[in-house]
Design a protein around this ligand. Structure first.
Ligand code: FE2
Length: 252
């Protein structure tokens, strides 16, 4: 009995010894840009369909796609996103491609976001989760205030790709301090193989090793992003995170 217990505990933080062939173990991708023509993701319907086909072939059985909402560049509203989703679903049905697909948004923390939290119904998924991002370079002075504001409105905030923000890089305690607010962290899977930068890879691994990741997402903007996921699957840290019991993707 003790032997089994020791075995169990010693394996707690290790990658599984068996190979994971695809992402079916997590089921849901909750961050992507699949709705054609409304942000810097899929350029047209054909590209969107091919992206969905490739994500499905990687084992995802549910896609929650999250177009950018930014007051300067992508002035999407809930209406433009829901209409875009409807067109995409119709085309998938016409081609007999079966997959569950929903839409929410990736809200950018700009000067309009705070007002939206209080005055609009934000697009959410799962248990009232809201995905948001910030500038990569400049630390938003109201970052924690916005997180608290989201909680006050009964939303559950998820910070998209925390490993990609330069303003957090100077001290790992910045991540711990953010987690103490209750915000959830979503890692971009491609960060694990250094698709964005070497430092984003280092931070991704540190966040995985410190059990600070709640969700993973593809953040797929194009087919190349999706093809890179095949290389990720072979990485031990990818295998480790997608088999982590506390990961919430398959609860969505
Ligand atoms: Fe994104």
């Amino acid at each position: 009995m003790f032997k089994n217990l020791l075995k169990k505990f010693s394996k707690k933080d290790e990658a599984p010894s068996f190979p994971i062939q695809d992402f079916s173990i997590i089921g849901t991708d909750m961050h992507s840009h699949l709705i054609p023509g409304i942000d810097d993701g899929a350029e047209d319907m054909e590209m969107a369909i091919q992206m969905v086909i490739q994500l499905k072939s990687l084992g995802f059985n549910k896609l929650i796609t999250t177009p950018h909402v930014m007051c300067d560049y992508y002035k999407n509203s809930s209406e433009t996103i829901i209409n875009g989703l409807s067109n995409l679903k119709n085309e998938l049905a016409r081609r007999n491609i079966e997959i569950t697909i929903e839409a929410a948004a990736e809200y950018y923390l700009d000067e309009e976001f705070s007002g939206k939290i209080d005055n609009e119904k934000l697009l959410t998924f799962g248990d009232n989760y809201v995905l948001f991002e910030t500038s990569y370079i400049n630390k938003p002075e109201n970052l924690k205030d916005v997180i608290f504001q989201l909680f006050a409105q009964k939303y559950k905030p998820i910070l998209a790709h925390p490993e990609r923000y330069n303003f957090l890089y100077d001290d790992f305690k910045n991540y711990q301090s953010l987690k103490e607010t209750g915000v959830f962290f979503q890692l971009n899977i491609n960060s694990i193989i250094g698709s964005y930068s070497p430092i984003a890879r280092t931070i991704a691994i540190d966040l995985i090793d410190n059990n600070m990741i709640d969700f993973v997402g593809t953040d797929a903007h194009n087919l190349n992003h999706i093809y890179n996921l095949n290389a990720c699957l072979k990485d031990k840290y990818c295998q480790k995170i997608i088999t982590t019991a506390s990961l919430l993707n398959n609860k969505l």
